[in-house]
Design a protein around this ligand. Structure first.
Ligand SMILES: [Fe+2]
Ligand SMILES: [Fe+2]
Length: 268
């Protein structure tokens, strides 16, 4: 099921398949007859549509965030992140079946994948209401990098994807919501609020399963997290951090502050 999503190129088809397969998994669990986890051979990179054109982030044109075109570009970037997130969650389901994990691990990532699918639909809906669509603008080419770097390392994947990248979403979304509020774009605000509320859960799943594996291998969670992020994540973490939401998601300050850039100047 995970592989089928990863191998679907069209964004809307990918999101729809992701939601229907997630519902199938969830109903099998509720019926007390869970589907077998099985094994999979996920592709190195997920299938993607011909559009958007994928560019090096330095070549993606920047637009003033306050302008209508800037807001469209911002929503387009969010849609791209959400599409990538659908694949990231199904990839963690498919990629690490050699590591025995409790069924709850699969419940969490399948639920997260279904939520990302809704996020993609919500944001592309807003784009379409503005006369644009996903694929109308170029997008960031480097989004799969974190997945490739952690292809053989489940703990590294958990550290970098939900606990660094998705946690970053918690830091930046409130400002984005404020920007769309100021512009009077209720539809965008509504979509971003759903995303903001649900992303806390994804970071929490990351932290939960990361700590679970630290327990299994008798590793110190904080030191292990620092080691894995330094190994697999390129660059420092960017403050300011949304400490409240990060705490809610099970990410304490001592996990991320030591990895922040300009520590001397930005630490309180
Ligand atoms: Fe999302
Ligand atoms: Fe997410």
């Amino acid at each position: 099921m995970a592989e089928a999503v990863l191998r679907t190129a069209d964004g809307h088809e990918k999101a729809a398949l992701s939601q229907s397969l997630a519902a199938r998994w969830q109903s099998s669990r509720e019926a007390g007859a869970p589907l077998d986890i099985g094994t999979a051979t996920p592709p190195d990179r997920p299938a993607r549509p011909a559009r958007p054109e994928l560019l090096d982030p330095r070549d993606v044109p920047r637009r003033r965030p306050g302008s209508p075109a800037g807001r469209i570009a911002m929503l387009h970037a969010v849609a791209h992140i959400e599409l990538n997130a659908i694949d990231l969650h199904w990839d963690i389901v498919a990629r690490f079946t050699a590591t025995r994990m409790p069924p709850g691990f699969y419940d969490d990532w399948v639920k997260a994948a279904a939520e990302e699918s809704r996020h993609f639909k919500l944001v592309t809906g807003v784009l379409e209401a503005h006369g644009s669509h996903y694929g109308a603008l170029p997008a960031h080419a480097g989004m799969w990098r974190a997945a490739e770097d952690t292809m053989d390392d489940l703990m590294g994947r958990l550290a970098v994807v939900p606990m660094v990248l998705e946690a970053r979403g918690l830091d930046v979304t409130p400002d984005m919501i404020a920007l769309f509020e100021k512009a009077g774009d209720e539809k965008a605000v509504e979509a971003l609020r759903v995303i903001y509320a649900e992303e806390v859960g994804h970071v929490a799943y990351g932290s939960k399963w990361f700590h679970f594996l630290c327990g299994r291998h008798e590793l110190d969670p904080k030191d292990t997290f620092h080691g894995l992020v330094r190994r697999y994540f390129h660059g420092a973490l960017k403050p300011p951090f949304n400490e409240e939401k990060r705490a809610e998601a099970g990410l304490p300050p001592e996990f991320y502050w030591p990895l922040a850039e300009n520590r001397a100047t930005s630490a309180r």
